[in-house]
Design a protein around this ligand. Structure first.
Ligand code: NI
Length: 398
């Protein structure tokens, strides 16, 4: 006999597991690992998934792990994804379970995501006899370097998946709330690297040189006019130069300057236009200063665009767990998230899970050395994901 489970069941069960979940979270938090080095974290994940009776694939696209939970039938397959990597930051939270790895910290909360997904795997595995289809739990490495999703997808992990859902905690959003929007929610991520070459010489005899530093400063100022003069003020777009390297002494004109930056936008057409205009302007300004520019423009990830129907499914599940008034409209942001690569291939959506601490201390954002969360967001996230996956497994006919 198939038993039906409601949102109260998922919320209660997630809360019952709080202690277990928080101990997993604190353990992962204590031993953070950088992108592409998630060895301990991934073996812990695999070990837990095996305890729940899931079929486990390890070393997928690096240290990626996939847990497959087969219900009554193989299809549909609803996938849920979390990321596992940490950041090169020295933790300053003073928490009793602070990082034991010097210079490495879970400052983006991927430990929270991994824990929540393990919770969902455990709860759904307990009711697998009552699931008409299957669930897939994707534990991704190397999100911070925007390489993990690509590596896992290239191993064919999405081929059989029908829908995919992902999320990120947000310490500036109250715990007990989620935020999501239809359409484009997060930015594309591109990288630009270029060199400006002139002719080196004595700083006191500029007429004998061709100064790439002066040319570079004109380029750096000039390219901002793409945003201010060529893109509609109603379209979000950013060009940031984050690194300039050139010269070795106050009195020498160097022969070359190397510059790196990033381009972000929510729209694919604008993304292409900025790339084209950057190349023209950098090349043109450099040559007008008698320098030569060599440009390497790298398309990393496209904008994250949610699928409308899947946003509806998520909102419905989250409303049942948190109350409709706690599911709010997300503001778009130009930070990137490689979850976008899954959404290019399969229907799904990505949402923000409130994780704001309630300890009265100042809130620190993602990637801050003082970043911390309210642990009660963990069972709430688990309840939302289980409710969502359970409902979708039952609602897709294949
Ligand atoms: Ni993150």
């Amino acid at each position: 006999m198939i038993i039906l489970f409601d949102s109260t069941y998922f919320l209660t069960r997630s809360q019952d597991l709080s202690q277990y979940l928080i101990s997993i979270y604190r353990d992962i938090h204590k031993f953070p690992e950088l992108s592409l080095e998630e060895k301990r974290t991934s073996s812990k994940v695999a070990e837990e998934l095996k305890k729940f009776g899931l079929k486990v694939r390890e070393r997928v696209g690096g240290y990626g792990v996939i847990g497959h939970l087969k219900g009554g039938k193989e299809k549909p397959i609803i996938a849920l994804r979390a990321d596992m990597d940490a950041l090169p930051i020295e933790e300053e939270t003073g928490l009793p379970f602070s990082s034991q790895n010097p210079g490495v910290m879970h400052a983006c909360g991927h430990d929270v995501h991994t824990t929540i997904l393990l919770g969902a795997a455990r709860i759904l595995s307990e009711i697998k006899d009552h699931l008409p289809g299957s669930a897939e739990f994707i534990f991704q490495p190397a999100e911070e370097t925007s390489s993990g999703a690509k590596a896992m997808i290239s191993e064919g992990i999405l081929d059989e998946v029908d829908e995919i859902y992902g999320f990120h905690n947000l310490p500036t959003l109250e715990t007990g709330k989620i935020a999501i929007k239809y359409g484009a929610m997060m930015g594309s991520v591109d990288k630009i690297e270029f060199s400006v070459t002139g002719r080196g010489g004595h700083g006191a005899i500029p007429d004998m040189s061709i100064d790439p530093i002066v040319a570079s400063s004109a380029i750096i100022s000039g390219i901002q006019s793409i945003i201010s003069r060529e893109i509609s003020p109603f379209e979000p777009a950013v060009i940031t130069i984050g690194s300039i390297n050139g010269g070795s002494s106050y009195n020498i004109i160097p022969s070359e300057v190397r510059i790196e930056g990033t381009v972000r936008t929510l729209d694919s057409e604008i993304r292409r236009k900025i790339e084209e205009r950057l190349k023209e302007l950098i090349g043109g300004i450099a040559s007008s200063y008698r320098c030569l520019a060599m440009i390497n423009y790298i398309n990393m990830i496209p904008p994250l665009v949610n699928w409308d129907n899947n946003v509806d499914y998520l909102k419905r599940a989250a409303s049942e767990i948190l109350g409709e008034e706690n599911c709010i409209e997300a503001k778009p942001i130009l930070t990137g998230e490689d979850f976008t690569l899954y959404l290019e291939k399969k229907p799904g959506c990505f949402f923000w899970l409130g994780s704001k601490p309630t300890d009265g201390k100042e809130v620190s954002g993602l990637h801050s050395p003082k970043y911390r969360i309210d642990e009660s967001c963990i069972p709430l996230g688990t309840a939302i994901l289980t409710k969502l996956a359970y409902t979708r497994i039952g609602n897709i006919s294949t």
